[in-house]
Ligand binder design. Sequence first.
Ligand code: SF4
Length: 94
Amino acid sequence: MKKMKIEDKLALNIFHVDEENSHIDVDTEYTDEEEIKKLLLACPAECYKYIDGKLTFSHLGCLECGTCRVLSHGKIVKDWNHPIGEVGVTYKQG
Ligand code: SF4
């Protein structure tokens, strides 16, 4: 069996997204760049962006790994929950 690249595996995932309601509450006014960089580097789905000194977040494409919740210690990620009901990611390749 041919070994797949991470990008190819991620592309197989299926997302059922509640576009209106994020399952993660992020303080986008947070300004400590050291803390922000941790999330930028750690999020495998690149949900966090930091452009021109402004932090933005999109829950669309979130892999529900919980890494940002653990790293943030409540500083940037104010609340983290799994999406409700049938919403969220369905993995196809682990
Ligand atoms: S749970 Fe994982 S994939 Fe989702 S935003 Fe946090 S670090 Fe990114």
